[in-house]
Design a protein around this ligand. Sequence first.
Ligand code: HEC
Length: 134
Amino acid sequence: MRKNNQTYIFLLLAAITILHQGCDQETYAQGKRLYEAHCENCHMEDGNGLAKLIPPLQNSDYLKNNQDKIACILRHGQNGKVIVNGIEYNQEMPGKKYTAVQITNITNYINNAWGNDYGVTSLEQSSISLQNCK
Ligand code: HEC
């Protein structure tokens, strides 16, 4: 009887782990879909941007070092001078009324696509950032 219980708990934990991973993959996939629909035409499929007009997201020191600003950039856009990997850009990026969930998923996609390794953000972190947009 005792052994059966252990087996049951083990199976339950295994199921939770698998479901949890599936969930992570799904949010990453949603981030990718949103990126393809809303970002790719400027930042390009490979995240390399476009010459001196659109900054790169792939291997971007700005993205890596300004994680607390990303949620606000996506929602409210960005303009004025920005320096990415030593190159100055000064164009306008339009914002969009993405939900906090969408912003979290897009952020996790661009942080981990194309060889980027800038960590994983949570819905809670994105929501806090969004409350503090300037
Ligand atoms: C109309 C073109 C356009 C679209 C669409 C667009 N961006 Fe941008 N993005 C820009 C430009 C231009 C800048 C630089 C703005 C400046 O000069 O201040 C920028 C800057 C950024 C930056 C900060 C600089 C960097 O390269 O690290 C991030 C991050 C970013 N965009 C992510 C995104 C994401 C994610 C999306 C889709 C949700 C998106 N952008 C959609 C044009 C665009």
